[in-house]
Write a protein that binds this ligand. Sequence first.
Ligand code: SF4
Length: 222
Amino acid sequence: MRLDKKSCSEEWYRIVEEIMGCIKCKLHKTRRNPVPGEGPCNAEIMFVGEAPGGKEDETGRPFVGAAGQFLTELLSMAGLRRENVFITNILKCRPPNNRDPEPDEIEACKPYLVRQVKLVSPKIIVTLGRYAGRILLGDAGIKWSNMTRMHGKVFSVELYGVKLKIMPTYHPAAALYYPKLKPVVIKDFKETLKGLVEEIREEKRNTNRVKKRHTILDFLSS
Ligand code: SF4
């Protein structure tokens, strides 16, 4: 697990410590390593998947298997670098044989994600897979229908007190398993997410221009 020490607060270390020793649901009995997530705590973009798989359970890091490699490629198509985004899952421990998360596990584990969202306070969350999409959009007051209809759409919401945009898309593992989904996911990253990233960069440029102008005016009037 890699942490960006410079940008992380004590709260992040508290969350990690609690997850590392967590026994709040039955998954603690079968996991090898919990997977809290990784990335800068001031990341503007956060990715939320479903749960760790075999490689993640082995290493304690999110998205490190084949799906992780594909995610890194997708990030680069959206103009992003993996080390600049925050990546985590709804569940922090692997369900046996990668089965679907169960309601009691989601209920027990979700408070960690809520704290992560509040701490990172991202501008965009990309949900990967139907569980993450249904849960996060549901908590933001948006009714989930199905992935075919929801993927690639952008929802401006308030989630856990943070104003942000959510873009649901397919899980990279699903896109690897069903090749016909691959171009669909690529389009979501390459077009929709890239557009959102550009918007954030443009906003930043404008804020910096205004700040610079104020500094010059302050200097001239002093
Ligand atoms: S999945 Fe979440 S709630 Fe369950 S043991 Fe792991 S960290 Fe705790």
